[in-house]
Ligand binder design. Structure first.
Ligand code: THG
Length: 367
């Protein structure tokens, strides 16, 4: 393992000081920003996340803000999910596709008002695509990246901790909805969402200056709840079937291949740039799709390049994420598998970094 060289290109976050003081052990880079990956160990972080409450610096989930009369129209050009019923105060997980129907991002859309949205992005340069469309179509909309950094509070005790800081009204926030809460004179959007299935919230921290004051307050308020600094956990997110853009899917994949067909209303998403392409692929159905797989044997190392899936010598897909699950006593994995071999129980050969293993297609993820 080598160290990461700090520079201006690799952006710090409003919470970096707190993350460092908490003893972060490893980072990845996401949207050209630091994203912690380990505090204690990936396994210890996993057990703690499932039992207590963690505060995550997920500032790297940058916002692309759309503001102006054409904001709603531009939003619908980006996604095959039908946004006509979306109300202010609502969040939606939306596939974003290009003109071929290829996935460009899988963000959470946040509707602040009729003419103002945030797109809380995964790891790709979505701002450039959105600016290009807004300008190319001469839309009446401002597109930029505001100084808004999500701070996630995740785990079974998240609600208790959040109530202490923001009041009992946090309990009324429904899943994928947000409400506004005051902190140091600023209105912050707080949503019930986050990149785990352990429950929790995301605070859209508006302004770098209030980052550390909020971080410190959460840790003070949660001392007796065993609150710790955490981060999206590889094991927990695979168990939960939360996809990682750039790992489990790229712009070569359609939303249907990614199992995100339930978030596509391609017939009625009028204006979506990839609509014609998706109408064609949706009619045929995908010939490969993301599946949960279990890999037999000892714990596998991290999957930092796709591991081929085979039956005999025929390549039938690839594993793109994998980790040892202490709770399920198996290597849990996410892979893309061809239609002929994606049936539950199908046993395949996988070429991992440390040799060949058997992998079995699962009925569902592990939550
Ligand atoms: N929160 C916010 N922004 C984000 C993420 C987040 N941007 C990057 C990344 N995560 C985007 N990817 C996902 C993937 C899955 C989910 C959210 C963002 C998610 N999925 C649930 C599921 O699949 O069960 C719920 C989907 C639904 O029912 O709408 O939560 O985490 N701000």
């Amino acid at each position: 393992m080598t160290l990461i060289s700090p520079s201006r290109r690799l952006r710090r976050t409003p919470f970096s000081q707190g993350v460092e003081a908490a003893g972060v052990k490893a980072y990845t880079v996401y949207n050209r920003m630091l994203l912690p990956t380990v505090f204690d160990s990936v396994e210890a972080d996993y057990h703690h996340l499932k039992q207590h409450v963690q505060v995550w610096d997920v500032s790297c989930e940058r916002q692309v803000e759309l503001r102006g009369p054409d904001a709603g129209r531009l939003m619908q050009m980006l996604t095959p999910r039908d946004l006509r019923g979306m109300l202010p105060g609502q969040c939606l997980y939306i596939p974003i596709v290009d003109e071929t129907g290829g996935m460009l991002n899988d963000p959470v859309a946040v509707k602040l008002s009729e003419d103002r949205f945030w797109i809380s992005i995964a790891d790709s340069d979505l701002l450039l695509w959105v600016k290009g469309i807004a300008n190319g179509y001469r839309l009446d909309v401002l597109v930029d990246e505001p100084d808004v950094s999500p701070l996630a509070v995740q785990g079974p005790k998240a609600e208790d901790l959040m109530e202490r800081v923001f009041g009992e009204r946090v309990r009324d926030i429904r899943f994928f909805r947000f409400d506004l809460f005051q902190f140091e004179g600023r209105d912050l959007a707080i949503a019930r969402s986050g990149y785990s299935k352990q429950g929790g919230f995301e605070i859209y921290v508006d302004g770098t200056d209030i980052g550390m004051p909020l971080w410190n307050l959460l840790f003070q308020a949660g001392a007796d709840l065993n609150v710790r600094a955490g981060c999206p956990n590889l094991i927990e997110r695979i168990e939960s079937g939360l996809l990682s853009y750039g790992n489990d899917m790229t712009d070569d994949n359609t939303p249907h291949e990614c199992g995100l067909g339930r978030f596509c209303d391609t017939q009625t998403a009028i204006g979506c740039i990839g609509r014609d392409a998706l109408l064609r692929v949706a009619k045929e159905g995908p010939v490969q799709q993301i599946r949960p797989l279990a890999i037999e044997g000892d714990p596998v190392g991290p999957c930092d390049r796709p591991w081929g899936l085979y039956a005999g010598d025929v390549r039938l897909g690839q594993i793109t994420s994998a980790a040892w699950s202490p709770d399920f006593n198996i290597n849990v994995a996410i892979g893309m598998v061809r239609i002929t071999h994606w049936g539950v129980g199908t046993r395949l050969r996988v070429e991992t970094d440390d040799g060949e293993r058997a992998a079995t297609v699962q009925a569902g993820f592990w939550n």
